[in-house]
Design a protein around this ligand. Sequence first.
Ligand code: ZN
Length: 325
Amino acid sequence: MKTIETGALSVEGWLQRMEHLALRHGVHLSTLQQKDGRDLEVLFASAMLAFPEDKLLGEQAANTILRRFLETAGVMVATDHVELRRWMVDTGFLQRSDYGTDYHRGTVPAWLADAAKALDIDRIVDTLVRARTADVTERETRRQAWLASQIEVTEDATGEAGVDETFMRLALDQAHNAWALSEVPVGAVIVKDKQVLATGFNQPIGNTDPTAHAEIRAMRAAAELLGNYRLTDCDLYVTLEPCAMCAGAVQHARIRRLIYAAPDPKTGACGSVVDLFAEPKLNHHTVVRAGVLADESRRLLSGFFVARRELKRQGSLPAEDDDSE
Ligand SMILES: [Zn+2]
């Protein structure tokens, strides 16, 4: 491991670093190593503190300690006790006896030495449990506030097709929000367990953000609410066929179903220009349904462009403003 030049870390600094790390999910050791390295050292040093001072432990006892660490303080790390043990031995945080059967505490880098003397594993676990509980409570409060402001859609006798139309109408409502801000009217909603989890509308101009398409905005909000970048059990409803960027993001998020309304002959990446979902090497997760309330969406889009041309004719909009998205 590369040596990291840095000033000594305080106990508070140590706990803050671990807290920050603890609010993430599925953190890979190799990612931590590549990014900065200091988080990895604080993580390993924390795991080292779970070992008793000046005592040799057999492999089984060492594994028990590391497993418990990964169930408590280290729960955000995507690894198992065997991999963790190997990394800790390789980096010197754990030492193995000559026969390779016993383990004991190794040494921490100089910048952690003082804080390591003052800290113990119980304090680390307590701090992280408190931080996670506070985070979950805050997330849940935001989620409940959001759900309370939404229409709850219950499944009725109309079945799946009726459900898709109902949610697409909510996506069309979102598209109207975009129009109200003079953006091309495209809207999206993300649905999980038959409830709207997040919404988004097209706003690249207002946000000065070329990625601020309705789908991206809805997926960002949903991931934030769920605290997970995978949206595995979520369905995405969008009023216009997604572009290549959004289709790619849908696949990264592992959206379960993608339902869109109108095709987009200019940039559609679900069959109109290209079909990224037909490529089995790219898509293993998402089922696509097209054409739900397509006429409504088309009318909304053409209405918007007609109104915009009229504004240009009157001189209210600069003529060089392009008609395309
Ligand atoms: Zn897009």
